[in-house]
Design a protein around this ligand. Structure first.
Ligand SMILES: [Zn+2]
Length: 103
């Protein structure tokens, strides 16, 4: 009976895939820079990091900490994040002002 149960659980696990969901939203749903409510989004998890310029990282921490993440997506993992629309706009402006700086 245990073998049948173990086989059934294994089959269900294989059919459901091995996708995992990690909640990385943090403790507050209010952006500490823009003082605005953020929206919760579910995105593919990181496959690998992208080499980002230090000035982009420093500016991002100070002015758009809750913008869209920069990484190669991995379809096997999902991540939940808070995204601030004002941070996304600030990130977009920075990238427009520094063409080619971020891959
Ligand atoms: Zn923000």
């Amino acid at each position: 009976m245990r073998k049948i149960l173990a086989a059934a659980l294994l089959t269900i696990g294989l059919l459901a895939g091995c996708t995992s969901l990690r909640d990385a939203r943090g403790p507050s749903e209010i952006c500490e820079v823009h003082h605005a409510f953020m929206r919760s989004v579910e995105l593919p998890g990181p496959k690998a990091g992208v080499q980002l310029p230090p000035e982009y990282i420093e500016t991002g921490i100070k002015t758009f900490p809750h913008a869209m993440p920069d990484y190669l997506p991995d379809s096997r993992h999902r991540v939940m994040l808070f995204i601030c629309d004002d941070c996304v706009r600030a990130q977009r402006v920075w990238k427009l002002q520094h063409p080619g700086a971020v891959p």
